[in-house]
Design a protein around this ligand. Structure first.
Ligand SMILES: [Zn+2]
Ligand SMILES: [Zn+2]
Length: 367
């Protein structure tokens, strides 16, 4: 079928919205009419040269309505409303233990730009188009997904906002709620007030953290962080000595910290803010060879730890419904992070996300 998609091409700084052909669903595939798709930092990084081939279609925070299913699909049926997350195998030891973000086939199922047999789901008249990213490539009005990465969504949730739950939102919230599992009354430092950082703030509220400190250079994001539940905000341009600024609030240091920046200097500064037995969670992907922050001597003496976390260690089938219940109860207002744009304005949306004019852009392919 003919679809409309935002295409990344080599040596072209912008995405171009083009008509492509999309395969019919194979027996294990699900055709989804995309209602909305969030833009995640990983999409931008892959466009910047990490992608295995071009042209390519990214997009991995999609949500929409099931249009058609392959013979072997039983989890969903046409007209079901779904959020789409990362793809996992469902059979390896980590998947079986409820940790699909650490699936042994994560790389090939999510980043290879093709199905496991090497075929792409999208093509132009002449060429294959790298696709199937995160088992979706949903910067398009239709995409193909799989049972393992679709989660049914109740009717009360607007579909166009559900996609970001599948990556950016679960990354921040899952770090705090599933991995750090912050205790009620504990203190937490969040470095960065983008989607992941602010989702960590929302998660910290749910956990009952009593001190929630956000470090963020953009004033508007600091204001939003306060509205969403941060008890203190710090402008890093003013607080040159982060540890002193944090210890003025929490004299013994914080019990938890979440770094969303991926910047080694920021991570080291965060280590200096931890209380004894404090834990620093790292959720951003760093380039290969980046050293672990901190110092083994003080780590040992203080009983501190550094924890790497991918996708909030989310099991989407469990965690996305949990976040939606909290949203419907008014306890997880993640919709406040989102701003919608028509798909054709993808380049403007990326520029706004970059400048801080919006936090999470969600593209609407049918506008
Ligand atoms: Zn992402
Ligand atoms: Zn697996």
């Amino acid at each position: 079928m003919q679809v409309k998609a935002a295409v990344a091409r080599a040596n072209c700084p912008e995405f171009s919205v083009e008509n492509l052909s999309l395969d019919s669903p194979r027996s294990d595939e699900i055709l989804i009419r995309v209602s909305g798709v969030g833009i995640c930092h990983t999409d931008i990084v892959m466009k910047g040269g990490v992608t295995p081939e071009t042209p390519a279609v990214f997009g991995h925070e999609g949500a929409g309505i099931v249009e058609k299913i392959g013979d072997a699909v039983t989890k969903v049926k046409p007209s079901d409303r779904v959020a789409i997350s990362f793809r996992s195998c469902g059979t390896c030891a980590q998947c079986r233990a409820g940790h699909p973000a650490y699936c042994s086939t994560m790389a090939s199922l999510n980043f290879s730009g093709a199905r496991p047999d090497g075929s792409t789901t999208l093509r132009t008249d002449e060429h294959r188009v790298a696709s199937n990213f995160f088992g979706q490539s949903s910067f398009a009005n239709y995409c193909l997904a799989y049972e393992r990465n679709v989660v049914k969504i109740s009717d009360e949730v607007p579909l166009e906002i559900a996609g970001p739950l599948g990556c950016g939102v679960q990354t921040g919230a899952g770090a705090v709620m599933r991995v750090l599992s912050c205790d009620p009354g504990s203190s937490i430092l969040v470095l960065g007030g983008g989607t992941v950082g602010l989702s960590a703030v929302l998660g910290a509220r749910v956990q009952g953290c009593s001190t929630i400190i956000v470090v963020e250079p953009h004033a508007a994001r600091r204001t939003l962080a306060s509205e969403l539940g941060a008890t203190h905000v710090i402008d890093p341009a003013v607080a040159i000595d982060l540890s002193a600024a944090v210890r003025a609030i929490a004299p013994e240091g914080v019990n938890f910290a979440v770094d969303t920046s991926g910047v080694p200097k920021v991570q080291s500064a965060a280590m200096a803010c931890l209380a004894h037995r404090g834990v620093l969670g790292l959720v951003a992907i760093s380039p290969p060879g980046t050293p672990v922050p901190g110092d083994l001597m003080s780590l040992t003496i203080s009983g501190q730890s550094v924890k790497g976390i991918i996708e909030g260690d989310s099991d989407p089938d469990v965690f996305i419904p949990e976040l939606i219940s909290l949203y419907l109860e008014g306890r997880f207002p993640f919709d406040r992070l989102l701003k919608t744009y028509p798909l054709r304005e993808i380049n403007q949306a990326i520029a706004d996300q970059h400048s801080g004019a919006c936090i999470k852009a969600v593209l609407l392919p049918w506008d």
